[in-house]
Design a protein around this ligand. Structure first.
Ligand SMILES: NC(=O)c1ccc[n+]([C@@H]2O[C@H](COP(=O)([O-])OP(=O)(O)OC[C@H]3O[C@@H](n4cnc5c(N)ncnc54)[C@H](OP(=O)(O)O)[C@@H]3O)[C@@H](O)[C@H]2O)c1
Length: 325
C-alpha cells in the first residue's frame, strides 16, 4: 500500500531517510481496527524518528505519522488516539511504562491504512474536517493536557508560550485564549509573532525579551534556547510545564531560583483517550479550529518535512489523501 516512511536512522540528515513508496498493508490483531486514512499531520516527532531518536534501529523501515483521521470499513469517521497502551493497562495510558506512540513500535498514519487497537479510535465530530481532526491527536492533545490537566492555571491568569508558530505552540495559544487566560507568546521573527497575535495572543515578544511582569505559568517545548528565560519569567510559586526540548536539553536548571521562589517544573506527555474526547468536544462546541499553515497531498510530503526542519512553520502541516478534507 501507499506509505511515507523512514528507511533507516539518519541522525545528521533526517530527510535523506524519507521515502514515499510501497509498504505492506497492516497486520490487524484481534481487537484492532483498520483506519482508511484521510488526513494526518506532521509533528516534530516524525523528524526525531527519521533521525533515529526514540526508536530502536531494528524497527526500521517505519511508516511515519503520529496522528490522523479517517474512515473505518463500516463508514464511521474517526480520530486516532496514538498512545498505544499495553492490552491489560487500565487508567491513564500516558503513565503505562510499556506504552508506545504510533511510529515507535507500530506503523504510523502517513499511509493508505493504519491499524490501531479499537479503543484508540474516537468518533470524529462532524463539524471538524478530516484535516482539522488530524491535528488533534498529538500537538493539540499535548497542549490540552499541558494547559488544562497539568498547569492548574485559572482564567484571567497569565501564560507565556515559548515559540509562536509550531504545532504545540499554536494549539496552546488558541486553547489558552478560548479558555480566558491572558496569553503571552515569544516568537523568533516578526512574522511568527504576527501569527500568534492573529490566533489570539494578547501580547507577543521577541525570544528572550524582558516581560512587563512575571507570569503564573510558562509552556515549554523549546528547551535549552528558552529555558533560562522561562525560569526568569515566573512569579514566585509559578509553574513551567514542559513537553519537549527541540533545541536540546539544558543541564543548568537554575536550582537556586527553583527552590528560593518555590517554582514548580512539571513534565507532560501526550494525553489520555478521555482527554482527547474532551478536546474534540471542546472544539466542537466552541467552534475552535486548529491553525493549519499548510495542507499538502500526502503523495508529495517533502516540502512539509523541509519546512518543519527549517523552522518555517505557521501552525500545523497537514498531509491529505484524495477526497480527504
Ligand atoms: N511530550 C509529548 O508528548 C510531545 C508532543 C508533541 C510535541 N512534543 C515536542 O514538542 C516540540 C515541538 O513539537 P511541534 O510538533 O510543535 O514542533 P514544530 O511545529 O516544529 O514547532 C517548533 C516550535 O519550537 C520553537 N523553536 C524551535 N527552535 C527554537 C529556538 N532555537 N528558539 C526559540 N524557539 C524555537 C518554534 O518557535 P518559532 O515559532 O518562534 O519559530 C516553534 O514554535 C518537539 O520537541 C516535540 O518533540 C512533545
Amino acid at each position: 500500500m501507499f506509505a511515507v516512511y523512514a528507511a533507516e536512522p539518519s541522525p545528521d540528515d533526517p530527510l535523506a531517510a524519507l521515502r514515499v513508496g510501497d509498504r505492506p498493508a497492516p497486520d490487524v490483531p484481534d481487537g484492532w481496527v483498520v483506519v482508511n486514512v484521510r488526513a494526518a499531520s506532521l509533528n516534530m516527532h516524525d523528524l526525531w524518528t527519521l533521525r533515529g531518536v526514540g526508536i530502536k534501529p531494528e524497527q526500521f523501515p517505519m511508516i511515519l505519522g503520529c496522528d490522523g483521521a479517517g474512515v473505518l470499513d463500516d463508514g464511521t469517521e474517526v480520530v486516532i488516539h496514538s498512545v498505544i497502551a499495553s492490552p491489560d493497562w487500565t487508567g491513564d495510558e500516558t503513565l503505562d511504562p510499556r506504552r508506545t506512540l504510533l511510529t515507535e513500535l507500530h506503523q504510523g498514519t502517513f499511509a493508505a491504512q493504519v491499524a490501531v487497537p479499537a479503543r484508540n479510535v474516537l468518533p470524529k465530530p462532524a463539524g471538524l474536517s478530516f484535516a482539522e481532526a488530524a491535528c488533534m491527536g498529538t500537538a493539540w492533545l499535548t497542549a490540552y493536557r499541558m494547559l488544562f490537566v497539568k498547569s492548574g492555571l485559572r482564567p484571567g491568569q497569565t501564560m507565556l508560550v515559548q515559540g509562536a508558530s509550531g504545532g504545540v505552540s499554536t494549539a496552546l495559544i488558541e486553547l489558552g485564549r478560548a479558555a480566558g487566560m491572558r496569553v503571552w507568546v515569544t516568537g523568533r521573527t516578526e512574522e511568527k509573532r504576527a501569527l500568534a497575535a492573529s490566533l489570539g495572543a494578547h501580547a507577543t515578544f521577541d525570544s528572550g525579551a524582558r516581560l512587563p511582569e512575571r507570569v503564573e505559568a510558562v509552556f515549554e517545548t523549546v528547551g535549552k534556547a528558552t529555558w533560562a528565560h522561562s525560569m526568569r519569567a515566573l512569579k514566585p510559586g509559578g509553574i513551567i510545564v514542559v513537553s519537549g526540548s527541540t533545541s536540546g536539553p539544558d543541564p543548568s536548571a537554575d536550582l537556586q531560583r527553583l527552590f528560593f521562589l518555590q517554582l514548580r517544573v512539571v513534565g507532560s506527555t501526550m494525553g489520555t483517550r478521555d482527554e482527547l474526547a474532551d478536546l474534540l468536544r471542546f472544539c466542537d462546541v466552541s467552534g475552535l479550529r486548529p491553525a493549519i499553515g499548510a495542507e499538502l497531498p500526502m503523495e508529495s510530503p517533502e516540502t512539509g518535512f523541509k519546512h518543519m526542519l527549517e523552522g518555517a512553520t505557521a501552525g500545523k502541516i497537514v498531509f491529505s489523501r484524495g477526497e480527504a478534507t
